[in-house]
Design a protein around this ligand. Structure first.
Ligand code: PLP
Length: 376
């Protein structure tokens, strides 16, 4: 267990003077690295102006309005309405409520091995029976398909309010869509009048080599869920949709979703500062190149393959690697990585996008050493 004293760039510094390379980014949160001056300055300057003001929507708060404007400028035209919340789970809750309310339909389809959060609604669509089973009964009307299986799309009918999917499945071990799966999903949603909710809570904001992962696949969701790196290291989430869909939360009943701290002004200021810095400094392209470097470097007889896009990678090991030993060896070499919830023969490489070529080389070398030392 580490006691973190401070963190900077891709490094954690512990209270007892050790230094660790962060290849997790707090699970896709710290895209701009730790304690980046652009974010710290935005936090300080917003804190000097005001913190929390009012529950939600009564006042115009410029950090919220400014960040929503930036998002609208960077998203397809139909995604022009941002509803700020506190977390990824709350974004998923809001999106599911919105889809049910807009369509008037009860059912939701999600996918096996998907993680969408831990609140009751998000847990209901989580694609793993073991995780759900301790908390039954959960929401009714939920069906799970298999990601990348076109036959499973038959679960989507005219009773389905929404399909919730990650464009690239994260906790399944970074599983990319294959054979136009997302296009087929989009088409099926169009045919049945079902809303497509994309969870870009891990994949968003440059992690996969584009601002949003859905851009790789030529589709646009009806509702987009954001969190994690959205707040630049501060807690923030949102669900984003069209004005036409979103306005159904304003009547029958009015105040269809209420959240005291959603869109906290300091979080919005931090998030916007992070995205602007990333954009102005070409860090998405840089992250993509660093991801390609890892792919070139992470070659070993016990590595089956490296899956993913950009700096959203899974190193998949063969049966000669004992994951428990490997994870300990990696840690002992001063590197923080972690495993996935639903894939036990892989570990994650998802460092801050600011990682340099030298740091990629250094960390990949240490990972390979750890792999070599942990073989049976
Ligand atoms: N969706 C995905 C893909 C996630 O990885 C997570 C968190 O790990 C969530 C939703 C839930 O986000 P939060 O932990 O902010 O509630």
């Amino acid at each position: 267990m580490l006691e973190i004293d401070h963190a900077e760039g891709i490094y954690f510094h512990t209270a007892d003077g050790r230094k660790y390379i962060d290849l997790v980014s707090g699970v896709s949160v710290s895209n701009l690295g730790h304690a980046h001056p652009a974010v710290i300055n935005a936090v300080k300057s917003q804190a000097d102006k005001h913190l929390h003001c009012m529950v939600y929507g009564e006042f115009i708060q410029s950090p919220q309005a400014g960040y929503a404007g930036w998002l609208a400028d960077h998203l397809p035209a139909e995604l022009d309405n941002v509803y700020y919340v506190n977390s990824g789970s709350e974004a998923i809750e809001g999106a599911m409520k919105l889809a049910r309310r807009f369509t008037g339909r009860p059912d939701i389809v999600a996918f096996e091995k998907a993680y969408h959060g831990s609140t009751s609604g998000a847990l209901s669509i989580l694609g793993d029976n073991k995780f759900r089973s301790g908390f039954l009964p959960l929401l009714p009307g939920i069906r799970h398909g298999t990601f990348n299986d076109p036959d499973g799309l038959d679960l989507i009918t005219e009773k389905t309010a929404a399909v919730v999917a990650e464009p690239i499945q994260a906790e399944a071990g970074i599983i990319e869509p294959e054979n136009e799966f997302l296009s087929l999903l989009r088409r099926k949603c169009n045919e049945t009048g079902t809303l497509l909710i994309l969870d870009e809570i891990q994949t968003g904001f440059g992690r996969t080599g584009k601002l949003f992962a859905f851009e790789h696949y030529g589709i646009v969701p009806d509702i987009l869920c954001l969190a994690k790196s959205f707040g630049g290291g501060m807690p923030l989430g949102a669900f984003v949709s069209s004005n036409n869909i979103m306005k159904t939360l304003t009547f029958d009943p009015p105040l269809g979703h209420i959240t005291t701290f959603g869109g906290h002004p300091v979080s919005c200021a931090a998030g916007l500062a992070a995205q602007e810095f990333i954009e102005q400094n070409g860090l998405i392209e840089h992250g993509k190149e660093m991801g390609e470097m890892y792919r070139d470097l992470m070659r070993h007889e016990s590595i089956l393959n490296v899956r993913g896009k950009g700096l959203f990678l899974a190193v998949v090991m063969n049966e000669r690697a004992v994951m428990e030993i490997l994870m300990k060896k990696i840690f002992d070499k001063g590197i923080i990585v972690d495993q996935f919830l639903f894939c036990n023969n892989a570990f994650r490489i998802a460092p801050p996008l600011v990682i340099t070529e030298d740091e990629v080389r250094l960390s990949a070398g240490l990972l390979l050493e750890a792999i070599e030392e942990s073989l049976i």
